[in-house]
Every structure is written in C-alpha cells, then in structure tokens.
Design a protein around this ligand. Structure first.
Ligand SMILES: [Zn+2]
Length: 208
C-alpha cells in the first residue's frame, strides 16, 4: 500500500513540475508576443541622420514616401528633385492624401516642379506670408518627420553640404510639426504660376 502511495506522490510532483513548465512556456510566449504587438502598435522613437553630398538623403526621403499609407504633408522651399517629386506623384496615384505647401518662388522658377505636380492633381498651395517659406519638412502618416537643411533639389543631393534627420514614432514632435503645417496651410493660397514656371523642368518634359 505504501508503495502505491509513493507512486501517487511521485506522479503528483511530476504533474506539478509539468504544470510549472507549461506555465513558464505560456508566460514566456505571452510576453514574447505581447512585446511584439506592443512594438508593432507603439514602436519606440527612433532617429536617423544623413548628410549630403551623396550621403543617401534623397534615397531615405523616397523610401519614407514610398512607405506612406495614408497622408504626406510637405513644406518646401525649392521643389525640383525629380526622384522625390515622382515618389510624391506615385503616392498620390495610390490614394495617399498628399498636400504640398511651397514658397512663392516656385510660381516664377523655371526649374520648379510645382506646375508638373499640380497637373497630376496633387493639392498644392503657396505660402507667401513670410520673407521666405524656407521649411523643408515632410510629415508621413503622422508618424514620421523628415527635416533638415536638405532642399528637395538635385544640387542638395549631389553638390551641397546638407543634413537630414528622420524622426520616427515620437508623437509630441510629430504633433508639433503637424500643427505648424496647419498654421501655414491656414494662411496659404492657390498658386498663380507665371508662364515661365516649370518651363525648364526636366521631369515635365519627360512626363509630356
Ligand atoms: Zn506660413
């Protein structure tokens, strides 16, 4: 009889050990997937920096534009670099809500892509409320801010010394940039391009 008791006892502690092991694996699995979901829903803030010339600034910008799913807000002074303009047009075509606010210089600049992007139906405004609307900011899906000295021009990519900062998943910073975009939007107006605007834009000639 004692032997049976002994075996029952052994079976009991084996079962306990098994339960503890199963519980530990379940807890580990839960915390693993919980962490994965948490990082997916609330990714940690991140910063990336790029420097031109030829330091990958435009490549980084195009990659962020291509990853956009809902909205792209652009504040730009010079607006002439075809890879960036083309990526914005492509985003507009896949139904991402693109809004662009440009400095008034684009209404006269022969090399500006303003007229070309307007011809694709991309909502474009002019902010003439400042000496120069000198921002270079792209806000994507209210999650990513791309900014720095980097103008959206070929010269900035190939020849200039510029810096570019890509700020991700930092809600207070993104929200501040969105509010600033909206302040400029509120005093911006419909573009009035002069006849010469965009006449030497290579992209326009290629698109024609
Ligand atoms: Zn403004």
């Amino acid at each position: 009889m004692g032997g049976v008791d002994f075996h029952i006892q052994l079976a009991g502690s084996a079962m306990e050990a098994l339960l503890v092991a199963v519980g530990a694996v379940a807890a580990w699995t839960l915390s693993y997937w919980g962490g994965w979901l948490g990082r997916r829903w609330f990714p940690p803030p991140s910063l990336m920096v790029y420097f031109s010339p030829r330091g990958g600034c435009s490549k980084a910008i195009v990659a962020e534009i291509e990853a956009a799913r809902r909205e792209i807000l652009v504040l730009a002074y010079s607006f002439t670099y075809d890879p960036i303009v083309d990526a914005l047009v492509a985003a507009h075509k896949r139904k991402v809500k693109v809004k662009i606010i440009l400095d008034k210089e684009n209404e006269a600049a022969t090399y500006s892509d303003m007229v070309r992007i307007m011809n694709f139906g991309v909502p474009t405004l002019i902010d003439s409320s400042h000496a120069i609307a000198h921002n270079k900011v792209i806000i994507i899906d209210r999650k990513v801010v791309v900014t720095g000295s980097y103008n959206f021009t070929q010269q900035a990519e190939m020849n200039n010394a510029e810096n570019l900062l890509v700020i991700k998943h930092n809600p207070p910073v993104v929200n501040r940039y969105v509010r600033n975009f909206e302040e400029h939007e509120n005093h911006s107006r419909v573009p009035q391009p002069r006849p010469e605007s965009g006449t030497t834009d290579k992209g326009k000639r290629l698109a024609a």
